[in-house]
Design a protein around this ligand. Structure first.
Ligand SMILES: Nc1ncnc2c1ncn2[C@@H]1O[C@H](COP(=O)(O)OP(=O)(O)OP(=O)(O)O)[C@@H](O)[C@H]1O
Ligand SMILES: [Mg+2]
Length: 342
């Protein structure tokens, strides 16, 4: 059973992926009996680079109890539309006019092809990965903790919105499809319509219509389940650097995500270490320390983790572990990471 879903968000380039990966590595070491899954929800995946291992669209084992995945949104889109496409094809073949349009199958195929599906809808399907992780039927491993590396704020909000809105998106999409088909029917003459009428098979069509409707209801249920999971088990941590633009962004992100997930912490990353004889570094650090206190004032009810900019890029298991220690210190208990108190 999933116990906790940690979600890392914030402006582009502030260290969301690195801190997500570092957190997952540290948790897996502190909790050897738990199974941890790190998921990248940014379509521009970079977990493979961070771990120096090929991860991709398969749950890939990274350490004895840590797995990672970079889900392929196109594949998800295909998986979730495959049945729908089949049923639509059968249904349209049985429709008195539509079924006679010679190119109808091809038309359905292209409409529902991964690259014609709107990005938002694809994201919705991609978000289902959280449910797959919960579902013993699609997944042999039962994960206890999920660490989710989210895209920058605007896309992060779409991800949160979508499960609640999934049905509407799906319905709208199917409606668009039918509307385009209707356009094609308009060209068929009246005479033709009367000739094909006797072939109309109403009952069968109604059954298929029901099946398609049920598939959409099923999608809705999954969407609701994702929202519930995020509400119950989700813990958002916003990552920022000690500079104005990303500080402004996490304030906006806090307001925009309030209704979806509980914000429990802020990471102030890449603080310039105390300089030795460097006037420029001194100045930058002074500015950053100033923003650091501003951020702390603004988020005073939350746990704040501070981390300095490391001399070496934190990649590979060792690099990520080093970053984790920089972020969390020598952690006494994983609970400080999982359920932070101020
Ligand atoms: N504390 C740190 N010290 C040194 N380098 C860091 C630190 N944190 C992150 N980095 C480096 O900064 C760069 C950006 O980090 P990362 O990719 O994790 O950010 P991101 O917020 O996920 O970016 P994006 O929005 O593009 O997904 C990377 O090269 C990473 O190795
Ligand atoms: Mg990233």
């Amino acid at each position: 059973m999933i116990e906790r879903i940690l979600v890392l968000g914030g402006k582009g380039g502030v260290g969301k992926s690195s801190i997500s990966a570092a957190t997952a590595v540290l948790l897996s070491e502190l909790l050897p009996e738990k199974k941890i899954l790190l998921i990248s929800f940014d379509m521009a995946h970079n977990l493979s680079d961070l771990f120096k291992m090929e991860i991709g669209n398969k749950v890939t084992q990274l350490t004895p109890n840590l797995w990672g995945i970079e889900p392929d949104a196109d594949e998800y889109a295909e998986r979730y539309t495959k049945d729908l496409i089949e049923k639509m094809k059968i249904l349209s073949k049985q429709m008195p006019f539509v079924g006679r349009i010679p190119q109808i199958e091809k038309f359905i195929d292209t409409t529902f092809k991964a690259d014609s599906i709107p990005l938002a809808l694809k994201n919705a399907m991609f978000f289902q990965k959280i449910l797959d992780a919960e579902d013993i039927n699609t997944q042999d491993i039962q994960f206890d903790i999920i660490v989710a590396d989210f895209p920058p704020t605007a896309n992060m909000i779409t991800l949160f919105e979508i499960p609640e809105d999934q049905v509407k998106v799906m319905l709208k999409y199917s409606l668009n499809f039918y509307n385009s088909v209707k356009g094609a029917i308009r060209n068929i003459s009246k005479v033709w319509r009367n000739i094909i009428k006797p072939f109309d098979n109403y009952e069968e069509r109604r059954e298929l219509g029901k099946e398609i409707f049920n598939m959409i209801v099923e999608l809705e249920k999954r969407g609701e389940r994702i929202s519930d999971l995020i509400h119950e088990l989700g813990s958002l941590r916003l990552v920022t650097i000690a500079e104005k633009p990303s500080f402004e962004e996490i304030k906006r992100a806090r307001d925009l995500t309030k209704r979806y997930i509980k914000l429990e912490g802020v990471h102030i990353n890449m603080i310039i270490p105390e300089p030795k004889k460097c006037e420029f570094c001194d100045k930058v650090r002074a500015i950053q320390l100033n923003y650091t206190s501003e951020i702390k004032k603004e988020f005073k009810k939350l746990r704040i983790w501070q981390s300095e900019k490391l001399k070496e890029e934190p990649i590979g298991l060792d690099g990520l572990r080093t970053l984790a220690y920089e972020v969390y210190g020598e952690p006494t208990s994983p609970n400080e990471i999982l359920n932070p108190k101020v």
